[in-house]
Write a protein that binds this ligand. Structure first.
Ligand code: PXP
Length: 244
């Protein structure tokens, strides 16, 4: 069964809505850890729409588990990662107009930039993961640029219904198997919630799930402790989905 990494971006989204100091995403992350998160993920976007530079520094200093720094290949952000030395880095595509990360990184197209950046991140001791669509050419390309992990984009699965959902699950299963056979380690995430997480948590070879929005949204009603611990139980296959 995979481990739960909690993405705290949208706690910062709420804070930034008023440019206030509350709610504090670092305090929220510390509570999430106590409730069962085994890692904290934060995306420092180039437009700084939610997480700020100071949040990344404070997370690295204060959290007790692992910091997974989600980021684009923008040179300014790469430099921050190299200074921060997070436990893990997840490289994602970034587009200013998008509401959230829309698709996976095109590892084939970004081959040269990744060949330059991945070894520098490995050198500071970070586990490097590439956020990819669950396609075989992306898995193979991830291997060629020296990444240790791929994070499979579960967004299409999360949005799909009926027979298409089954096909998307199969696509994820095949990509996870191929990645594992190639010697890559496998994470997954995006769009996962209390209703759709169980089949993803049960996929072979998946080590970590990165889940943010659904947990932060539920915590508005139930508090961070309940929202994280309920998701952690679902990820471990120990509970059935329940609405807040
Ligand atoms: N993994 C990656 C690479 C992401 O970009 C995101 C969104 O920031 C997530 C996981 C979490 O997605 P969600 O907030 O939909 O749970």
């Amino acid at each position: 069964m995979p481990k739960l990494h909690v993405n705290i971006d949208h706690v910062a989204t709420l804070r930034q809505a008023r440019r206030e100091v509350i709610p504090d995403p670092i305090e929220w992350a510390l509570r999430a850890e106590k409730a069962g998160a085994v890692g904290i993920t934060a995306h420092l976007r180039t437009d700084r729409r939610h997480i700020q530079d100071a949040d990344i520094k404070a997370l690295k200093r204060r959290i007790k588990t692992r910091l997974n720094f989600e980021m684009s290949l923008a040179p300014e952000i790469v430099a921050i990662a190299l200074r921060t030395k997070p436990h893990a880095v997840c490289l994602v595509p970034e587009n200013r107009a998008e509401v959230t990360t829309e698709g996976g990184l095109d590892v084939v197209k970004e081959h040269m930039r990744l060949l330059a950046v991945v070894p520098r991140l490995i050198k500071i001791g970070a586990e490097v993961s590439l956020f990819i669509d669950p396609d075989h050419e992306q898995v193979e390309a991830a291997l060629e640029v020296g990444a240790e992990f791929v994070e499979l984009h579960t967004g299409s699965y999360a949005r799909a219904t009926g027979a298409k959902k089954k096909r998307e699950l199969l696509r994820l299963q095949r990509a996870a198997k191929l990645a594992h056979e190639c010697g890559l380690r496998v994470n997954a995430g995006h769009g996962l919630d209390y209703e759709n997480v169980a089949p993803i948590a049960a996929l072979p070879h998946v080590e970590e799930l990165n889940i943010g929005f659904a947990i932060v949204a539920r915590s508005v009603f139930t508090g961070v402790d309940e929202a994280v611990s309920t998701m952690a139980k679902l990820v471990r296959g120990r509970s059935k989905a329940r609405s807040a």
